[in-house]
Design a binder for this molecule. Structure first.
Ligand code: SF4
Length: 382
């Protein structure tokens, strides 16, 4: 585990109120300043001659790598150093891989299906991360072998492979290995971990079972999942889950603030407005796409905050909305003069209307729905 500045400070003379408190021999004005700097890295613990051995030992352990990062072509796995995402962040998303036997009589079709499979999540294309080829030789390896590896080479990687035979045992083993790596920095457990699922056939029951188990292992703590059975629904579900687990909690998910057009926005298009929080944007955008009529979505800059958070943090103000309308020159783009705002901002309607009027614009604010899924019904009655 990493040590915080306060955890380090506890061991220093200033915290213990002993001789040498804030003596400056380390080059810092106080023990606290030294502790904070040491926690950030870049200085040696040896700079303080009064550091107890117990703390030196803890720092030595803390400075070791928890888990190695392995690169397979441009795929990175491992490198994790926390048990829970909220402690800091997870680093490399769990790789979703498929093992294919080149001697399988349907090999070519299966290979084509897996390598061509892709889905779009938050404007990013997601594909199977790696295809592991069993019984491969120069004649059977497909020419399109990007992100493929032979089973022989795969088995030589410094990756711990767990055969998934019993759910409880696999789950416990994954937890044990990650705790040894992160808490104890035990080098015997620092290799990334792959769970290998043997083929269970193509039944729906098998894929439901696989998806449930794989979802658990993806959260705790597999770096790689290797399937012998491929199902687009299963892989898509795991990709969606992975997208949620491996987002950095310190970085808000945001989209570019601008006017988005749906179904070929025209002069009479409906106008909606929201902030640039990605989850809100995609929920609203998918409803507007389904409307089958032209619409515009004005996305205001709000540091990726949701509408109510942005309003309470003063990132969504009437003045800012007016500025956005003027910056985008919306008045010249549309004849429509009604702007539909999220239902959660109903309390701002009057303030927005008067700010818009004072600015010389002739737009009118209409309060829309709280939930994006109600937009279609709202529009029918609008
Ligand atoms: Fe504190 Fe050690 Fe720096 Fe002196 S040398 S100020 S005791 S951290």
């Amino acid at each position: 585990m990493e040590l915080s500045g306060l955890q380090i400070f506890k061991y220093l003379p200033a915290a213990k109120k002993t001789e040498n408190t804030n003596c400056k021999k380390c080059g810092f004005p106080t023990c606290m300043a030294f502790a904070l700097k040491l926690a950030k890295g870049g200085i040696s613990p040896e700079a303080c001659p009064f550091m107890p051995d117990e703390l030196k030992k803890k720092i030595n352990i803390a400075q070791k790598i928890s888990q190695k990062t392995i690169e397979i072509q441009d795929l990175k796995i491992g490198g994790e150093n926390v048990l829970f995402r909220h402690e800091k962040t997870f680093i490399n998303p769990t790789a979703l891989c498929v093992l294919l036997d080149c001697k399988d009589r349907n090999f070519e079709d299966k290979f084509k299906q897996i390598s061509n499979f892709e889905i779009n999540i938050l404007n990013k294309t997601k594909k199977v991360d790696l295809i592991v080829l069993k019984n491969s030789d120069k004649t059977t390896i497909p020419s399109n072998k990007e992100r493929t590896i032979s089973l022989e080479d795969f088995e030589k990687l410094p990756v711990k492979i767990i055969e998934d035979k019993d759910f409880e045992k696999t789950a416990q083993e994954l937890k044990f290995i990650r705790e040894k790596a992160v808490k104890d920095k035990d080098e015997n457990y620092s290799n990334p971990v792959c769970v290998h699922f043997s083929s269970g056939g193509n039944s729906i029951e098998n894929f439901e079972n696989l998806t449930a188990k794989a979802s658990f292992y993806l959260c705790k703590y597999a770096n790689m999942l290797l399937f012998e059975d491929f199902n687009e629904g299963m892989i898509s579900s795991l990709m969606m889950l992975r997208e949620n687990i491996f987002t950095d909690p310190q970085k808000p998910l945001k989209v570019e603030p601008k006017i988005y057009e749906f179904n070929g926005g025209d002069k009479n298009a409906l106008i909606f407005l929201t902030t640039n929080f990605a989850l809100t944007f995609f929920a609203v955008a998918s409803e507007l796409e389904k409307l089958n009529r032209p619409s515009y979505l004005i996305v205001t800059p709000a540091d990726g905050m949701s509408v109510l958070t942005a309003w309470s943090a003063e990132k969504f103000t009437a003045k800012m909305v007016v500025k956005t309308l003027k910056d985008y020159d919306l008045a010249s783009k549309v004849k429509t003069r009604k702007i539909i705002i999220p239902g959660l901002l109903a309390h701002m309607k009057k303030e927005l209307d008067s700010e818009i009027k004072a600015s010389g614009l002739d737009f009118e604010i209409v309060t829309g729905t709280i939930d994006a899924c109600d937009i279609a019904n709202f529009v029918k009655q609008f």
